[in-house]
Structures are given as C-alpha cells and as structure tokens.
Design a protein around this ligand. Structure first.
Ligand code: FAD
Length: 316
C-alpha cells in the first residue's frame, strides 16, 4: 500500500487543497488526464473517440455525498440529458456482447445522504434513470462508495434490478463482506464490476495490505467466473488481468462473456491491446466540475502522480 495514501485521501476533505488544485495552472494537465472535461459536450467528444477505437464507455457525471435535494435533482436531470446525448453516438466499432453505452452512478449523488428518506429517494432516482436508459438502449451500473453506504446501495440495487436485468453492481474486493456479496450476485446472474476499492477503510471492515486485497480479488473473481454472472474486471493490475484471462479460459468464457474495464487516462496502451485481441473493453469516463474527490482517489493510487500534486501545493 502507498504509505502516503491515507494523507492524500484525508486531503480529499480539505477546502484549502481543493482551492489550490482548482486554481493552479500546474494541476490543470493532471486533471485533464483523468477527467476529459467539465461539460457534456467535452465528454461526448471523448466518448466518440473511445467508441471509434472499439472501446465501450461507462460515463460518470461527477458528484457525491450531496446533502441538498436540489443538487440531487440536478444530477438526475444531467444524467437524463447525458443518456440522450450518448444514445446519438455511433457505436458500430464496438464488438457485440454488451451495450456499448453505459452510465455509472453514485447513489450518494442521487440523494442517498438526504436524511432518513435519502435511501428511498436515491432508489427512486435510480429507477428513473434506468427507465430512461432502457428506452435509449443504454445500461446503468451503480458505483460502490465508502463502506457506510454498501448495505444501502446493495439494497437499492436489489429493489430495482428485477425490472432492469442489466443493472450492474460494483463490488470492492478489499471489503471482508465481498466474497459473500459476490456469491449472492453470482447466483442472481448479475453484471458485477469487481474492483479493488478506492476509499480509506478501517481494518474492521477491509483488508489493509495489497497482497490480501489481491487474494480477495481473485477469490471474488473465481466465484463470478464459475457462475452465470457477467464479470466486469475493473483493474489496471497486469497480474489480475492475466489471472482474469486464465480464469475465463478455464471457465470456457469467450471474449464476449466478460469485460475488461479501466479508467479514462490510465493504461491506455493496455486498453488498446486488449481491444485489439477482440476482448470487450469498457472505459470509465468521468466529467463535470465536481472532479476533486475523484482526482484525489486517483492520486492516492499512484505515487508517480504525486509529483504533480506536491508541485501544485508549493506553487504560489
Ligand atoms: P493497482 O494495484 O492500484 O494498479 C495497478 C497498476 O495500474 C499500477 O501499477 C499502475 O500501472 C496502474 N494504475 C493504477 N491506478 C493508477 C492511477 N491512478 N494512475 C496511474 N496509473 C495507475 N473503486 C471504488 O471504490 N468504487 C468504484 O465504484 C470503482 N469503480 C471503478 C471502475 C473502474 C472501471 C475501474 C477500473 C476502477 C474503479 N474503482 C472503483 C477504482 C478501484 O477500486 C481501484 O482503486 C483502482 O482501479 C486501482 O486499482 P487497480 O486494480 O488498478 O490496481
């Protein structure tokens, strides 16, 4: 584990650091590397390019932990407009096997934190998005956030998924509970995006060491591969990608029966290599002006990105 990770994730809550990053010209290129734009038209341009290269997309309108009803409503409105814009794009270059267009949503952006009614509001908003997405031929996956939201998020998905079988769930391998959650989702034949997990979590709920997280990832992946679920392998880790390829071959899964998923701007060469050998590759593309929390999680994952970060903090 990167020793600076806790400090960087703690800085994700700092207004001062946020102001510095937002105004410093040094950090602008770093932000653009991970977030192609703040507006929908910038997002559409980036998505068009990815689709033309044969990669599917999952688009995230950035925002999280909203405690303001108007902001949650605005997020829903933006997602509805986004689904419309995505549906107009040319997807002919993406291989068959799954919808080339998807949106990723965080329930905390859709109202989950709006007091006691929050989970019900977020669930209803998720249903609104799924209804619109179904009309447009776009799929939806619900992101996984910090562990305090896990049970509520999985409950919302359980409620909505019977009407939208393609609704995807994200499982974070670092949580102790995740192998059991994978078993439940595997039994239901769900689409499951398996990632390591990006939040700072206590040892009461999550593995703390890289080797333990990687082992847990492989246990979860094995459960999904052996089932009728659709495994969505969300990792840039070469060892895990190779293991996924082996497990898929052993389970008799062809290229259209799993997905490799990576984040926009990370290991683009590997995305292209996998797509080139006929695999279904989906790129997670975030946009919007609420990029700060997302960016801090990307910095925490990769010590090499820290140089930019530290320069930004010391640039007047
Ligand atoms: P790592 O061991 O972190 O990285 C392996 C290699 O990948 C590194 O050596 C490096 O070469 C490259 N790499 C990884 N991260 C970076 C980076 N930031 N910058 C540059 N290079 C990098 N997490 C959640 O908690 N909830 C979610 O809903 C969620 N959704 C995700 C969706 C997708 C499609 C993906 C790919 C990840 C998602 N994540 C999510 C993030 C995930 O949990 C990890 O934090 C992140 O993917 C890094 O883990 P890794 O598996 O890539 O392995």
């Amino acid at each position: 584990m990167n020793p600076l990770r806790p400090a960087i994730l703690a800085a994700a809550g700092s207004e001062r650091v946020k102001r510095t990053l937002t105004t410093s010209p040094v950090t602008a290129p770093l932000v653009r590397r991970f977030v192609p734009g703040e507006t929908r038209s910038e997002l559409v341009a980036a998505a068009r390019e990815l689709l033309a290269s044969g990669r599917a997309v999952s688009v995230d309108f950035l925002g999280e932990y909203t405690t303001d009803r108007a902001q949650a409503d605005a997020a829903v409105a933006e997602y509805l407009a986004l689904i419309n814009d995505l549906a107009a794009l040319d997807t002919a270059a993406v291989p068959a096997g799954a919808a080339p267009l998807e949106v990723s949503v965080k329930l905390s952006a859709l109202g989950q934190w709006l007091g006691p009614d929050g989970p019900a509001i977020a669930t209803e908003n998720l249903r609104v998005l799924c209804t619109k997405a179904a009309e447009a031929g776009v799929w939806v996956t619900v992101d996984a956030e910090d562990h305090t939201t896990t049970a509520s998020t999985l409950a919302a998905i359980r409620r909505v998924r019977p009407d939208f079988a393609w609704l995807g769930t994200v499982i974070q391998a670092y949580l102790y509970r995740s192998v059991d959650d994978c078993r439940d989702l595997a039994a239901a034949g769900a689409r499951v995006r398996l990632c390591k997990g990006a939040y700072q979590e206590p040892d009461t709920v999550a593995h703390q060491h890289r080797a333990d997280v990687d082992s847990a990832y492989l246990r979860c992946l094995d459960v999904l591969m052996q089932s009728s679920a659709r495994p969505l392998v969300a990792s840039h880790d070469p060892a895990l990608i190779a293991a996924a390829t082996d497990l898929a071959a052993r389970a008799g899964r062809g290229p259209g029966e799993l997905e490799y998923q990576m984040l926009y701007g990370i290991r683009t060469d590997e995305q292209t290599r996998l797509a080139g050998r006929g695999e279904f590759v989906r790129v997670y593309v975030p946009y919007g002006n609420q990029w700060y929390g997302y960016l801090m999680r990307r910095l925490a994952e990769r010590p090499a990105n820290l140089g930019f970060f530290l320069r930004a903090l010391t640039t007047p």
